[in-house]
Design a protein around this ligand. Structure first.
Ligand SMILES: *Cc1c(COP(=O)(O)O)cnc(C)c1O
Length: 710
């Protein structure tokens, strides 16, 4: 690269390119691109919560041009743009070889939530994060896939904690201008506005486009001046409002979503219903076929031929059910176009179509309207086949046509900078190409590639980064600080202690407080001067879930007012950013759901590539991932019938594994101070888990098992 001044033409081009780069979420999983935005304003990078678009607003065009006169910075910007363009133009993708049919006729992937990045908080939890990770991998693989969801202007709630440690919720308004999204426009250049029938009105909605690498995700929003007041805020909040809002959101997502694709001339080869929320899309496809003159049964066959469905939870409350009154109210005008009676409509969502007392279940509609269905782990597959067997009279439980594909994560999106830089330095600029493969992670078992000492240094670095993040964050969380607080906070937690993390939604079945059933014993563990243990918690309870909020209250109370103080913290406002810090810095990732209610779980998968070890109930993905040497199992591959007995047994087993396996192994140090056996487990976890539990494998599996088989 020459150091001669940058030409006016190149300057103009680079400025445009950086703006284009900021508006494609690809930068969130590319280190070089991230560093460019961060370097532009390290302070804004922190304050604006890693928002590249907002940073380009913060930095004036004049400043940007002047900064690009710095030849080193210009070189980095050019490099990032170059990698980005090469990515977009790459012809030699997996899908080109393996799924060329999906280029012309893509997969339409419908999901009520997508979790891409902390600046676009339109996900409530694991389901959305999975959808986001899935889309990123679809892009990496060059798969023809479009996402469809809603744009929630107030996003998912932000969590605050009241003085009595009770979760309260508040909302901040998202500004599309400051986000990586743009309005989809019609032929005249006006924002595309489409109608959908909800209750007795026609509701208009507009469409936003989010660029996720090579993939596009469309977000629908009904906040339009043409709409009545009550129909204007349906998309305000993720799963916001009451049952009526919920069903109306689902009408918009399913029916409106199909109309967006039609308006844009997209003819999907398959509609993928990621969870039942979007199942009304089947009714719109049905309507289209009836309008074309098909008879009901033939139309239904067509629909069934074009949909696949993934169910994500065995928890009953996770399956939307609506009674006949609400159904005919919300679908009123649309139902007339379908020419179905309420009884006929209800039958589509009932396990027993003639049972007039049975509500309409979105999962039942999704199963009836799909050519194939799957659960998200092997055990979840078993449980789902039992749960929905009434839909398949005459079939034995094991013949119920619900398969499984175990979830994964998008590795590049979860790997922290330190981790990415390590690999780049070792393997060179093209290091990312193999990041999902077995050969790549096999290197971590080779002491000549990375020594125990280096691996341990890496773990120390990650743990310290986390602890310093926690100290900063708690300081900001704290109210009315004085100078002494800064010192107190800087002493919080112990960078040498075995650090155990637990962060996820505070749903009751996840039992965040299970470990404190042995409170007195845990106090002894954290206070052990030779072998201290400390705990980090984070997570949000559903706004209506008082039991979940009580768990949070108890955990905060313990961390502030018990003997655990200083050895245990609760981080407020869990989101993707907090998750990234926690999964990378914790030595042990704890998961103790009430089996078999954790359909898959993914947060533990995020720990693997950072050298964290899982300590988990044999549920969801861990039941498949655990091999006896790559982490720790709580209990075995079974569970008792009674919940009380299960809680008692799991808490005993958790404590036993913690004290007999986890702590002794972590603190078994040799003369050099290195925990050889622990590191051997870390190496083994990396080689056995990371190449498998990623969305690169997951997307390929869906493509081969569900998208292309027909
Ligand atoms: C990964 C992730 C989840 C899912 O966590 P589980 O342990 O699988 O429930 C939820 N929320 C966020 C923000 C995540 O990053």
């Amino acid at each position: 690269m020459s150091d001669s001044p940058i030409s006016g033409a190149e300057l103009a081009k680079l400025t445009v390119d950086l703006n284009r780069l900021a508006r494609n979420l690809w930068w969130t999983w590319n280190q070089e691109a991230q560093e460019v935005f961060q370097e532009l304003s390290p302070r804004a990078w922190q304050n604006l919560y890693h928002n590249a678009v907002a940073i380009l607003h913060e930095v004036s065009d004049y400043e940007l041009r002047m900064r690009l006169q710095d030849s080193e910075f210009a070189r980095k910007a050019r490099e990032a743009v170059g990698i980005f363009n090469a990515y977009l133009e790459e012809k030699n993708t997996w899908a080109r070889e393996n799924a060329p049919a999906l280029v012309q006729n893509p997969v339409a992937y419908f999901s009520a939530e997508f979790g891409f990045h902390e600046t676009l908080p339109i996900a409530a939890g694991g389901l959305g994060v999975l959808a986001g990770d899935y889309t990123k991998s679809a892009s990496d693989l060059g798969l023809g896939l479009m996402g469809v969801s809603l744009f929630y202007r107030e996003g998912y709630f932000q969590q605050a904690i009241s003085p009595d440690n009770w979760q309260t919720e508040y909302f901040t308004l998202l500004n599309p201008r400051n986000l990586p999204m743009e309005a989809v426009r019609d032929a005249r250049g006006d924002p595309l506005v489409l109608p959908v029938e909800i209750a007795n009105s026609q509701v208009l909605f507009q469409v936003w486009q989010v660029n996720v690498g090579r993939c596009t995700v469309y977000l629908l929003e009904d906040h339009r001046p043409e709409n009545d007041q009550h129909a204007r805020d349906l998309t305000l909040r993720v799963y916001g409002g009451d049952r009526t809002t919920r069903i109306m959101q689902e009408v918009l997502l399913g029916i409106g979503g199909v109309r967006v694709l039609r308006a844009l001339g997209i003819q999907p080869s398959v509609f993928h219903l990621n969870e039942g929320h979007s199942a009304f899309l089947a009714l719109e496809l049905l309507r289209e076929k009836l309008v074309e003159g098909k008879r009901f049964n033939d139309a239904m066959e067509w629909v069934k031929d074009h949909c696949v469905f993934t169910t994500h939870t065995p928890v009953e409350a996770g399956h939307d059910r609506f009674d006949a009154g609400l159904m005919s109210y919300a679908l009123g005008r649309f139902q007339k176009q379908l020419k179905l009676s309420t009884a006929e409509l209800m039958a589509l969502g009932r396990a027993h179509p003639k049972d007039e007392n049975e509500p309409f279940c979105m999962t039942v509609l999704a199963l009836r309207a799909s050519r194939a269905a799957n659960a998200v782990s092997e055990l979840h597959g078993q449980v789902s086949r039992r749960m929905w067997r009434a839909l398949y009279p005459g079939k034995a439980e094991n013949e119920v046509p619900i398969g499984h594909i175990t979830n994964g994560i998008h590795l590049m999106g979860w790997m922290k900078g330190k981790n990415r830089r390590f690999w780049k330095q070792r393997l060179g600029p093209d290091w990312e190409k193999g990041v999902n493969t077995q050969e790549f992670w096999d290197r971590t078992s080779d002491p000549a590639f990375i020594s125990d000492e280096e691996l341990w240094a890496f773990r120390y670095h990650m743990r310290r980064e986390l602890i310093e993040f926690v100290r900063r964050r708690l300081l900001l969380q704290g109210r009315q600080l004085d100078k002494a607080d800064f010192i107190t906070y800087d002493r919080l937690l112990n960078p040498d202690a075995l650090t155990i993390g637990f962060a996820r939604r505070f749903a009751t079945y996840k039992r965040a407080n299970l470990i404190f059933q042995r409170y007195n014993d845990i106090v002894k563990l954290v206070k052990d001067p030779q072998r201290p243990v400390q705990f980090l918690f984070a997570g949000k309870a559903h706004p209506h879930d008082d039991e979940g909020k009580r768990l949070i209250q108890q955990i905060i109370h313990l961390s502030n007012h018990s003997e655990l103080q200083g050895h245990m913290v609760f981080l407020e406002n869990y989101d993707i950013h907090v998750a990234r810090q926690m999964v990378s810095g914790c030595d042990v990732w704890l998961n103790n759901p009430r089996r078999p209610l954790e359909a898959s779980g993914t947060s533990g998968q995020k720990a693997g590539c950072h050298g964290g070890l899982n300590l988990s109930i044999m549920d969801g993905w861990w039941r498949e991932g655990y091999d006896g040497k790559n982490g720790f199992a709580i209990g075995d591959d079974s569970h008792p019938g009674s919940v009380a007995e299960q809680d008692r047994r799991d808490s005993e087993n958790l404590y036993r594994v913690l004290t007999e396996e986890v702590i002794p192994t972590f603190y078994a140090r040799d003369a050099m101070g290195i925990p050889r056996q622990w590191i051997a487990m870390v190496r083994h976890a990396m080689t056995t888990l990371v190449p498998k539990y990623n969305t690169w494998r997951v997307v390929q599996e869906y493509t081969q098992k569900y998208y292309l088989t027909h």
